[in-house]
Design a protein around this ligand. Structure first.
Ligand code: UDP
Length: 235
């Protein structure tokens, strides 16, 4: 199989395959935060995130969510459908934390009666600004129908994953999704789902996600290892 690097991201490298509609995502041993402001090599992280994200995407596929995930092909690699990424980070919050708490001056840990969906414009040079439906229309990023679909689908994914993590005594506090258009123009879930882009709190309130790295609370792979062990207990 001839492969060519087509994109090198902070956590993954993307390669072509012989099928123009299929790419290989290779997960890297690198952790970054604050838009690349903090960056470290973390041995074993690529393998853990590939395992965790493959597991979650398999569950989502089985639940009928349309995703780019095809299969895991090695410790650090998976096959994905090629998509044109919609430049939006779709964030869903079940519990207040992080930038939400900062922006609105509220403590972390307040359970939201209704989960809140937010959009951020994926543009590194602008630091991924907060963006609303009308900004998305003005910038012609996605149609109002597509935006409605992204919100609805994100809430559905939240219901599936909240239940999954609840079963292993972890609270899904918030998470970030990315979607893309597949070869037929259909919107499917892309990117990854791992403790790099969600917040998970255990019953004691310990951070079991990238906040360990962002906030210097301990060894990132130690907690990712626990999350992966717990996920393997899920039927
Ligand atoms: N998130 C992400 N990538 C980003 C920004 C946020 O994956 O570039 C995730 C983050 O891990 C968390 C959720 O989105 O699970 C909400 O993050 P928040 O807006 O609170 O920002 P942060 O506090 O991480 O800067």
């Amino acid at each position: 199989m001839t492969r060519q690097l087509i994109y090198s991201g902070k956590a993954k490298d993307i390669y072509t395959t012989d099928d123009e509609n299929v790419i290989i995502a290779q997960y890297k041993d690198q952790a970054t935060a604050f838009n690349g402001g903090k960056k470290e090599k973390v041995a074993g992280k690529g393998q853990l995130n590939n395992q965790i994200s493959s597991f979650i995407f398999e569950k989502l596929n089985a639940a009928g969510v349309a995703t780019h995930f095809i299969k895991k092909i090695s410790d650090t690699e998976q096959l994905n459908q090629r998509v044109e990424i919609i430049p939006l980070e779709v964030v869903l919050r079940n519990v207040t934390a992080g930038s939400f708490s900062k922006r609105f001056g509220v403590e972390e840990g307040i359970v939201l009666k209704t989960p809140i969906v937010e959009f951020y414009y994926k543009k590194d040079e602008l630091d991924d600004p907060f963006i609303n439906d009308e900004h998305i229309a003005f910038l012609d990023i996605a149609s109002p129908e597509d935006v409605a679909y992204l919100k609805e689908e994100t809430r559905r994914i939240n219901r599936i994953l909240t239940a999954l993590f609840e079963a292993i005594d972890l609270t899904l506090v918030d998470f970030k999704l990315e979607f893309g258009y597949d070869k037929d123009g259909k919107i499917i879930l892309a990117d990854e789902f791992s403790p790099d882009n969600c917040r998970l709190w255990d019953a004691q309130g310990n951070h079991m996600d990238k906040d360990v790295f962002r906030r210097g609370l301990g060894e990132l792979t130690d907690v990712y290892e626990i999350v992966w062990k717990k996920l393997q207990e899920v039927k």
